[in-house]
Design a binder for this molecule. Structure first.
Ligand code: AMP
Length: 470
């Protein structure tokens, strides 16, 4: 999931800027896209299932009109919440006015808060957590003197790893959870417009210069009065940036907490080469997110990097899944090996992660069919052993292959010659050139920075709660 917002004082084509900003953040979610334009306090909104350039035709963008502010979202639907009704931003009319709200991440006390609100008479239209944020903020606004004060009050109750953007008729407000699990930053354009985005690559795309990250727990208000920072939730909990942002989620050209994602991935590849060396002829990366780590592996090991797999760039929502009745193989439609790189060679295949193991099994077959002599799989993430409750679709333990098999068993299962994972001790060193004070790596080690949801069924008793829990 990703959020994007723009705040200015002059009337401009803010919808188009939001469109390009969301386009740059598309990798963070493809289930739905939405933009709300604010023209002197009047909101014009459009959202639907699908990726940005499918949802927003030139006519729809034109209909959104001009404005001084805009708020946008691309959403990554987990299996339970993919429906169209869950598209963001969410628009609410409340007793003090109107708000548009959008978020990235996950709440751990969603069920608890929903129950509490329902017992007070609230009705919910979606299964999207953003509706909880909307209710908590509007409820707090009944007594709070401003929207930002209401957000602050809501943040006392809402728990999880989330970043949010809220637009009122007069203000654009950005907030990040107290652990700072997901990234959020802002920049400024030459014309004085402020731009807030989940990742810095979106600032670059719309011509904004990076100013800084929003700090964990911070609320930043953009209004005619300028930029105001509220820090009452800051430094109350230890920083816990999701390390998977560096490994998979973010775009390599983004900089998170002062560290280039590309460099962090290359570093992961280098650590991997040190931990799991192998005699081989070529290192290839699984496109797209395995490429940077493959380059790092190649540099560290001295084994040449080669272009071994090509991904069809045009796979989007319109990709028609061949299902089981058709002979075409889904993976072959998406990926094709470069036989010249792998034929007769001992190949190191670097992927960013092995979650369920489906990709590895398929890619190994592709490479064998293309004539690879040996295939050594290297994952630039450690073994996934725990679900994520902060917005990344890492499901229950039953789905995670590393919970069931050792690396040796996995190699056999995939038809590979060996499998190696990034050692857990190395994940906290990936962002070493940046300024992050701590990471969430709960999917690997079970050390969650918050309490856990009460409604996790069989997963309920599986986890240790981090000592940092507050
Ligand atoms: P799997 O095939 O289940 O082992 O998943 C691993 C592949 O999925 C890797 O190639 C990753 O690039 C990709 N991946 C990792 N995490 C996620 C996620 N949360 N959502 C979608 N794809 C993912």
């Amino acid at each position: 999931m990703a959020v994007f917002g723009i705040f200015g004082t002059k009337t401009a084509n803010v919808a188009l800027s939001a469109y390009y900003g969301l386009y740059a953040l598309q990798h963070r979610g493809q289930a739905s896209s939405g933009i709300v334009v604010n023209d002197d306090g009047v909101f014009h909104a459009y959202k639907d299932s699908g990726i940005v350039n499918e949802v927003f035709t030139p006519r729809i963008l034109g209909d959104l009109g001009l404005g001084q502010m805009a708020l946008g979202n691309v959403r990554y639907g987990t299996s339970a919440t993919k429906e169209r009704i869950n598209a963001e931003p969410m628009l609410v009319n409340h007793v003090k006015g109107r708000l548009a709200i959008s978020h990235d991440g996950g709440l751990v006390n969603y069920a608890e808060l929903r129950r509490e609100l329902e017992l007070e008479g609230a009705i919910f239209h979606t299964s999207n957590e953003v509706e909880i944020l909307a209710y908590m903020i509007t409820k707090a606004r009944l007594t709070a003197p401003s929207t930002e004060a209401a957000i602050s009050k809501a943040m006392e109750r809402v728990k999880g790893g989330y970043s949010m953007l809220v637009m009122s008729p007069q203000k654009l407000i950005a907030a990040r959870d107290q652990n700072g699990v997901h990234p959020l930053c802002y920049g400024i354009r030459d014309d004085g417009e402020y731009v807030v985005a989940s990742e810095s690559c979106a600032l670059n795309t719309v011509g904004a210069t990076f100013v800084r990250e929003i700090d964990p727990g911070e609320i930043v208000v953009f209004s005619k009065e300028g930029v105001i920072s509220l820090r009452e939730h800051c430094q109350k909990k230890p920083e816990r940036l999701c390390v998977f942002e560096y490994l998979y989620t973010a775009r390599p050209d983004s900089v998170i907490n002062g560290c280039s994602v590309h460099l962090a991935r290359k570093r992961a590849g280098a650590f991997l080469a040190k931990a799991h060396p192998v005699e081989a002829d070529v290192v290839i990366g699984a496109p797209d997110s395995g490429i940077d780590a493959a380059i790092g592996y190649a540099e560290e090991s001295g084994i040449p990097y080669g272009l071994g797999l090509i991904k069809n760039k045009y796979i989007g929502r319109t990709f028609i899944d061949p299902g089981q009745n058709v002979r075409e193989d889904k993976v072959k439609i998406k990926l094709n090996p470069v036989a010249e790189t792998v034929k007769g060679k001992r190949v190191v295949l670097v992927d960013d992660s092995i979650v369920r193991g489906t990709t590895c099994t398929r890619v190994v077959k592709l490479l064998r069919d293309a004539g690879a002599k040996e295939i050594h799989i290297r994952s630039s993430a450690p073994e996934f052993l725990n679900p994520c409750y902060y917005g990344t679709d890492i499901g229950s333990k039953a789905e995670l292959i590393a919970c069931k098999y050792t690396a040796k068993e996995m190699a056999k299962l995939f038809g590979a010659d060996s499998v190696g994972f990034l050692p857990l001790a190395d994940v906290t060193k990936l962002g070493i050139s940046g300024n992050c004070k701590g990471y969430c790596k709960a999917c690997f080690d079970g050390e969650y920075p918050t309490e856990l949801p009460l409604d996790t069924g069989d997963r309920k008793y599986d986890h240790k709660i981090s000592e940092n829990k507050q």
